[in-house]
Design a protein around this ligand. Structure first.
Ligand code: AHR
Length: 505
């Protein structure tokens, strides 16, 4: 059978950068069934004493997510954080404007922070720069991080949280360039507001890190002027600029869909160039990093979501954004992870959007039902587990092809990660050709005495296959498709497959 030939050189000296583990972050928004019926379900048989599902926590721990963004998303732009704290019976029911739902505030920032630490993560908190502004950003920060003896820190203590939450990472609003955003702003308006909010927040707690809002996607009409203009204001006061990007195979063209990670790569390059342009203009020594704090596949649920917001608004925890992911979606998620790892020198945080039920790797059945793994769970889990250490430069020669809207698409995309401490190298590789298997020879001579530990593959005959509560049709399996001989690994990468090739001593 015909297969394409791919060559790769992996050398421990070809270093891109240390990987910041926070690129394996995720996101929980007060949206749909993410919180209620997702992480929180007091009636569920596995619920802990605070009402949070243990079976969901176990799956999150399996993903090993170091940071979780909260509480939105679009939700944050009309969020009144005070509604979400204090005695439960005094918390108001509110109209939630972003998703046209009812928010009961049964879970708020204290419960969420406690839960997050319980699953081994940190919180990435967003402040409302839509309907609110500097004063409220200062108040929530004082509530969360100040030790005591002030109005808001004492309020926290009176709510039963003596120790400050010490939340380190804060987003200055969400997608403020989008006309759908409550309190949407022009670049100048946002730049000034974010600058002044950042200055005030860093007076309260100089140890925090701040994320300035970047464009909501590569296709925004204001991209990349938005970054250039807003960063002129925020550059000296923030540490990161955010990026968001979702893809979908609306046209049913798999090859073109799998080429979308090339667009993501171009998006990252342009944002880096724009940050560095502002750096040069400011004669600054500081380098702005990227927080890719929303990324995923999102399109399967669009019509159902429109129907809910248009025809059935103001429900409590309606089933919104419940994309059921296909096998090909998992391949694109793998490709997006590889793309971010290739930019490990600048992409220092990222959030798979989202974590539970809402465009998520983890789904839950309502009532007493099961929690289960979507197809996209697996590439994310592999990357989070084995993609820690140093990202190495992938020097690859591979066949290329054109698709409907992309040119020179590489058949194989790959990135090696060197974990020096453990003495292991992991190569993540996707064969995105849906027609041809590939034989990849990998020169690993700089890793003397290494052997193949395992080659795990995620593949499926049916690109549209999905998982469910009682069906894991798309799940990884071990293969013997990699052999190391004389410093060269020869790996067979089946067409349309996600591969994790692990080498160790
Ligand atoms: O993640 C779902 C939504 O996508 C978020 O609320 C918003 O920020 C983005 O448009």
């Amino acid at each position: 059978m015909a297969y394409s030939k791919v060559k790769m050189v992996v050398d421990k000296e070809f270093r891109i950068a240390e990987i910041d583990e926070r690129i394996y972050g995720s996101f929980i928004e007060h949206l749909g069934r993410a919180v209620y019926d997702g992480i929180y379900s007091p009636e569920h048989p596995t619920a802990d004493e605070h009402g949070f599902r243990e079976d969901v926590k176990d799956l999150i721990r399996e993903l090993n997510v170091p940071i979780i963004r909260y509480p939105g998303g679009n939700f944050v732009s009309s969020f009144n954080w005070e509604d979400s704290v204090g005695p439960l019976n005094e918390r108001p029911r509110r109209l939630e404007l972003a998703w046209k739902s009812i928010e009961e505030n049964k879970v708020g920032l204290n419960e969420f922070t406690k839960w997050t630490r319980n699953v081994g993560s940190d919180v990435m908190m967003a402040v409302n720069l839509g309907t609110r502004g500097i004063a409220d950003a200062c108040n929530i920060l004082e509530y969360c991080n100040h030790p005591g003896n002030t109005k808001y820190s004492d309020l926290r203590i009176s709510h039963g949280y003596k120790e400050p939450h010490n939340i380190k990472t804060w987003c200055l609003g969400n997608e403020m360039d989008g006309t759908w955003q409550l309190g949407h702003k022009t670049m100048e308006e946002y730049g000034r507001l974010a600058e002044e909010t950042a200055r005030a927040m860093k007076i309260i707690d100089p140890t925090i890190e701040l994320v300035s809002c970047g464009s909501s996607s590569l296709t925004m009409p204001t991209f990349p002027d938005w970054e250039a203009v807003t960063l002129q204001h925020t550059y000296d006061h923030v540490d990161y600029v955010s990026m968001h990007q979702y893809y979908g195979n609306q046209k049913g063209d798999t090859e073109d869909f799998l080429a979308c990670s090339d667009d993501m790569d171009q998006f990252i390059r342009t944002v880096i160039a724009t940050c560095d342009y502002v750096k040069a203009k400011k004669r600054s020594k500081k380098e702005i990093k990227i927080s890719f704090d929303e990324w995923n596949v999102w399109y399967h649920s669009n019509a159902a979501d429109d129907d809910i917001t248009k025809n059935h608004p103001w429900q409590i925890a309606p089933p919104m954004l419940e994309d059921i992911y296909t096998f090909e979606d998992a391949l694109l998620v793998g490709l997006m992870l590889i793309t971010m790892l290739k930019h490990a020198d600048r992409v220092k945080m990222a959030c798979l959007a989202q974590l539970v039920n809402v465009i998520a790797p983890i789904m839950t059945e309502a009532g007493g039902g099961a929690a289960w793994k979507q197809t996209i769970f697996y590439p994310f889990m592999h990357a989070s587990k084995y993609g820690r250490g140093t990202a190495l430069l992938p020097v690859i020669s591979t066949p290329k092809f054109d698709t409907a809207t992309h040119e020179n698409v590489t058949a194989v995309e790959a990135v090696p990660v060197y974990n020096e401490e453990k003495g292991e190298v992991t190569i993540f590789a996707v064969n995105r050709s849906i027609k041809e298997d590939a034989e990849m020879t990998i020169d690993v001579r700089s890793f003397e005495g290494y052997r193949v530990l395992e080659h795990t593959v995620l593949e499926c005959d049916d690109l549209q296959a999905v998982n469910g509560p009682f069906n894991q049709k798309v799940a990884p399996k071990e293969t013997s498709q990699s052999v190391l001989d004389g410093g060269v690994v020869t790996s067979k990468l089946n067409k349309a497959s996600w591969n994790v090739i692990r080498l160790g001593k």
